[in-house]
Design a protein around this ligand. Structure first.
Ligand SMILES: [Ca+2]
Ligand SMILES: [Ca+2]
Length: 128
């Protein structure tokens, strides 16, 4: 068994969904194991007030225990919560197979290209 940990890093905002001002952005990251469907998530972030072209460091981590030959899925999404509307910043969904589980750094453009999500995967043995 392995413990797979994802630390979310720099989130670069390409389009903050606002013509005037900036902000009201919220983010959540998640990891899910297969088999087992064990999941861990960051919870919703505090409000982030960033403009297009800016970024912020998430720096939160999630982890699951998974068999050496299992898989993990890394998920991340963000949205702009304006008073009357919610506009998505897109999402990522990346799957990695064991025993490497994509160890190392990654940067993925979100589904609607409004942000790039950077994260770092580390893998450690579960001592029995
Ligand atoms: Ca908006
Ligand atoms: Ca906004």
């Amino acid at each position: 068994m392995k413990t797979v940990t994802v630390r979310f890093g720099r989130i670069d905002i390409h389009n903050d969904n606002d013509n005037w001002g900036s902000g009201e952005l919220f983010f959540i990251g998640r990891i899910i194991s297969s088999p087992g469907d064990n999941a861990d998530d960051t919870g919703l972030s505090d409000q982030v007030n960033k403009n297009s072209g800016e970024g912020w460091d998430d720096s939160r981590s999630v982890s699951v225990i998974v068999p050496d030959d299992g898989r993990v899925t890394v998920l991340y999404e963000g949205y702009d919560d304006d008073t009357t509307t919610q506009e998505t910043l897109g999402s990522i969904s990346d799957e990695y197979a064991g025993p490497e589980f994509g160890v190392g750094g990654h940067a993925q453009l979100s589904s609607n290209r409004k942000m790039t999500v950077s994260y770092y995967i580390s893998v450690t043995d579960v001592l029995s």
